[in-house]
Every structure is written in structure tokens, then in C-alpha cells.
Design a protein around this ligand. Structure first.
Ligand SMILES: *Cc1c(COP(=O)(O)O)cnc(C)c1O
Length: 380
């Protein structure tokens, strides 16, 4: 039997999701409204521990609406971690605002709270406070919210939590997505749960939820004719996709457990190699282990990141470099960056390993063998 390709983080769907999807189809709620959407929103709000959840077509849409809710307008500044996926910064650019990028801390790979506090202090002194701060929960591990929220509160700047990768993670017992003015979740095909594409804005603030719902439905006023007082968007999620999401939610605990086991497996099997280390898990929380990433010290390991990626590719295994920081992206090259060495080093040394929740023991072994083969080449 030949081995099949191992993907980085493929969808993990079963008969549970299939049945719910077909039920939704048969009910004829084939629209961006319906009972599955309502139930999906209710369940996510409950899970995150917030009052309101607004299902949307993507996590990026949720970021866009969260920034609007924070009052971000053309010409404003928004503090954004450099080490993230482009969607975080793109949403800022949609509004004609300027991201100011901040470096990560090596302790969690998330934005460094001291850089956030320092930047807010400096900007307050100049009378140039940013309109918002975005924190990202990288690879399923929460940012350090106590110091982040303390700094934001001191200057009255709203915080938005990009928890696109972190559903099910916790920070000091509180769920990812529940911090700040609004949280953002993604149900893209590669995330911890998927609807085949989708997202959600979660918040305790009733007016933020109401505004997001309004803007996501073309800003239609609640009157019989078509009346619009602001520019709206078509950002609602389909009821069909929400049905898939309901099924995925039922299995979230198992899926996190599977990803945690993968992390432990890779760490046990590769962590002893010289020059290899794994993403540090901060004591303040419990990640959802969305992706397992390792860092290679080329000198001590005897080969760099790309050699590992090549070895994976040669065995039909999908690995990826860690995110390329935003301050190194051509599209954002004119933006201000504070620090930068940590995130640049994570990019140059980081490899994301296959982490899907349907990964088998055999798959994990193939990945481990591929990484280990690089060290053997060195010795041989
Ligand atoms: C996936 C992701 C997004 C965007 O979510 P989509 O649903 O794909 O639009 C935003 N931020 C981060 C950190 C992500 O990983």
C-alpha cells in the first residue's frame, strides 16, 4: 500500500456533520438565516462565555467588523502583531488605517505586552494614541491578556482579540475570544473546526453585536422597503455551513485532544535532537494545539529550516515555514515596526508540522522519520 499525502491541517469531518448538513438542506433553510445559524451562534457564545455571537462569512470579515466597532477610520493607527497571518493586517488596511507592527515575545510567540505598553505610553505622550490594539492568539495559544488589557485600559484604547486559530484555548481559565471589546473566530478549512469557510464575531457588548449584524446584512434598515443609512457588507454565513459547524462543535473536545497528542508525540520524538525546540507553552493558559511548530537552530542541528521542509516534501508531507512577519512583507514595507528580531527569527527557524485532528500514528511516525532523516544525512 502506498502512503497518501499528509496535509498540514486538513478538515476533519464525519457522519455527524454530514447528517446535520443534509438535515439543513432538507429543511430548505438554504440561506444565510435559519435555525442552524441561530443554534451555532448560541453554542459558540456559550462556549466562549460571552453574551453575543454573530456568524459571518470569514474570520477576516469578523476582524473588519470588529475594527469598525472599535471606531477605526481612515488615517487611524492600529497596533498589530507582526507575527501573524496577513488577514489581521489586511482588515486594518480595508479601513484606510495604518498598522503599526510590534514584535513577539519568545515566551509564547505572541505580541510582547511590554512593547504594546511602551508604544501606547509613547503615543499618549505625543497625543497620537492608536484607535485600537489587536492581539493574536498564535497557533492556538492565547496572548498574555492581563498586561495587555491593563495597558489598553490605562489609555482607553479598545483591544480586539484575533482568536481565529484559538477556539477552545484558555487564558487563566477564561476562553479564547472573550478578551477585549470583541473576539474573532475563523472556521476556514484549515482551522481547528471548519465550516468549509466562515467566521464569527463574539462579544459581551450588545451594541457591537447589533452593529456587526446590521453591517453584515448590507446595512438594511428594519423597514419594508430597502433603506440604507450606511455602507454595508454581505458578510453573513450560510445556514448550511452553520449546520456543519454545529457538528464540528460537538467534536471540538476530541479534536483538541487529538492535536494535543500530536504535539506531545512530536515533542517526545524530536525534542531531544540538538538544535530543535518546540513552541513554548506559557504557564498562564491551555492552548488548543492548532499547529505544532518547531524551531531549528541550523548550526546545532546541522541543517536549516528548508532542509526539513525539503525532507517532508520528498515524502509527500506538507510542512510550512512559520508565518512570515508582516514587517517583512512587501505590501506592508512602509509601515512602522517596533523590534523585529524575534518574529524574523521565528520565520527563519520555524517549521509547522502536520497537525490535523485525524492524523494517525502512522502519519505521525512518517513525519518524525522525515525530520530525523535530515540529521542522518548530516552524519552520513
Ligand atoms: C485564519 C486566520 C484569519 C482569517 O480567518 P479567515 O476565516 O480565513 O478569513 C485571521 N487571523 C488569523 C491569525 C488567522 O490564522
Amino acid at each position: 500500500m502506498t502512503d497518501t499525502r499528509i496535509y498540514l491541517s486538513p478538515p476533519d469531518v464525519t457522519d455527524v456533520e454530514r447528517k446535520l448538513l443534509l438535515n439543513a438542506f432538507d429543511s430548505n433553510w438554504v440561506a444565510p438565516v435559519g435555525p442552524d445559524l441561530d443554534a451555532f451562534e448560541e453554542r459558540v457564545a456559550e462556549l466562549v462565555g460571552v453574551r453575543h455571537a454573530v456568524a459571518l462569512s470569514s474570520g477576516t470579515a469578523a476582524l473588519h467588523l470588529a475594527l469598525i466597532a472599535a471606531g477605526v477610520r481612515r488615517g487611524d493607527t492600529v497596533l498589530v502583531p507582526s507575527f501573524t497571518f496577513a488577514a489581521t493586517a489586511n482588515a486594518v488596511a480595508y479601513l484606510g488605517a495604518r498598522p503599526v507592527f510590534l514584535d513577539s515575545t519568545p515566551h509564547s510567540w505572541n505580541v510582547d505586552p511590554e512593547l504594546v505598553a511602551g508604544e501606547l505610553r509613547a503615543r499618549a505622550g505625543r497625543g497620537q494614541l492608536p484607535r485600537a490594539v489587536i492581539a493574536v492568539d498564535m497557533y492556538g495559544q492565547c496572548a498574555d491578556y492581563d498586561p495587555l488589557l491593563a495597558a489598553c485600559d490605562r489609555y482607553g484604547v479598545p483591544l480586539i482579540e484575533d482568536a481565529a486559530e484559538a477556539l477552545g484555548a484558555t487564558y487563566r481559565g477564561r476562553a479564547a475570544g472573550s478578551f477585549g471589546l470583541a473576539g474573532v473566530l475563523s472556521f476556514n478549512g484549515n482551522k481547528i473546526i471548519t465550516t468549509g469557510g466562515g467566521g464569527m464575531l463574539v462579544t459581551d457588548d450588545g451594541s457591537v453585536a447589533k452593529q456587526a449584524r446590521h453591517l453584515a446584512t448590507q446595512a438594511r434598515e428594519p423597514v419594508p422597503h430597502y433603506e440604507h443609512r450606511s455602507v454595508g457588507y454581505n458578510y453573513r454565513l450560510s445556514n448550511l455551513l452553520a449546520a456543519v459547524g454545529r457538528g464540528q462543535l460537538q467534536r471540538l473536545g476530541q479534536m483538541i485532544e487529538a492535536r494535543r497528542r500530536t504535539f506531545e508525540h512530536y515533542r517526545a520524538a524530536l525534542g531531544d535532537l540538538p538544535g530543535i525546540e518546540f513552541m513554548p507553552i506559557a504557564a498562564y493558559g491551555v492552548p488548543n494545539y492548532w499547529l505544532t511548530c518547531l524551531l531549528v537552530d541550523a548550526e546545532r542541528f546541522g541543517a536549516g529550516r528548508d532542509r526539513i521542509l525539503d525532507a517532508l516534501a520528498a515524502r509527500d508531507i506538507e510542512g510550512r515555514p512559520a508565518w512570515k512577519p508582516m514587517h517583512l512583507q512587501p505590501v506592508f514595507q512602509d509601515c512602522v515596526m517596533r523590534g523585529g528580531e524575534v518574529s524574523a527569527s521565528l520565520f527563519h527557524r520555524g517549521v509547522c508540522l502536520p497537525s490535523g485532528s485525524a492524523l494517525t500514528d502512522r502519519d505521525r511516525d512518517r513525519v518524525v522519520d522525515a525530520v530525523r532523516s535530515v540529521t542522518c544525512e548530516q552524519k552520513g
